[in-house]
Design a binder for this molecule. Sequence first.
Ligand code: ATP
Length: 326
Amino acid sequence: MANIKCIGILTSGGDAPGMNAAIRAVTRTAIYHNFAVKGIMRGYKGLVCNEIVDFHSQSVSNIIQQGGTILKTARCKEFSSPEVRRKAYDNLRAAGIDALVVIGGDGSLTGASIFAEEFNIPIVGLPGTIDNDLGGTDATIGFDTALNTIMDAVDKLRDTASSHERLFFVEVMGHTAGYLALNSAIASGSEAAIIPEMETEVDQLAELINQGFRKSKNSAIVIVAENPETGGATGLAERIKKEFPEYDARVTILGHIQRGGSPTAIDRILASRMGQAAIEALMEGQRNVMIGVENGRIVYVPFTKAVKHNKGINRDDLNLVKILSI
Ligand code: ATP
């Protein structure tokens, strides 16, 4: 192990339920192993602006059940500049921090990777994002809670969809990935999931209308992954108005409610296990890795693999949605 005495923690990018459970696990495991701990506020922004506070065991009391992040989070575009990263490094050294745990999504881990290489700092990442779009891990912290939130919302929308015999497009988050859309479609018994991964292969809307909906259903819920290029659910509803005017199509954009709320047991346990693993990884001399889980086991995933966006969706799951919606 490099000569680590003090570990800094930060949360960065979009907040995700379970980040607090991860902060708690990192802090308490570090203290258990006699490290000092410092909390860095507002992600990389706090590192650059020197917002660094001492953390004790009590600093993370009573937070395991809270959504969001007590460390706050921010987007810090300036962190892409080498001069700004130098300032962040100087603040890190001045605070006596020898190693970092970064909790966030692919952007945050990309920043971590660059920072770690540049200044030779041991950094371990935790996948904190509702999108589940990081490579090398079956799940990310926050994904399960977001799925449950979407499922609850769709259960409610279905009452209106079936009473009024409407076609509902429900837009969910996911960045450029369709995991949330596909999995929430299965969990909510939706008729289809329209996801970016399939965009170049088929016209998913035409397929839905022609193959399934037109024949047997008076109402349907279609989960649509957000997509700035196609306009997401709103873009699809506009197409329906033009191409299939006989359908009464409505749009619901779930938005930021997907990111909030008390984390599920699955996310709390995942965050706790990963938080402990982050400290143990540093103790083993690991650096530039993200903690992942594969088949229930903790794995170390090099940052370069984690942020590659090559996870790929499970086509069996797409087929499952199709079969179960006949
Ligand atoms: P989510 O996708 O869940 O919202 P994220 O971590 O991917 O989370 P981003 O906004 O992409 O969120 O990134 C968070 C922060 O990471 C950025 O605001 C920036 O500070 C840092 N970051 C991202 N990409 C880079 C990069 N190429 N170089 C340096 N820093 C970066």
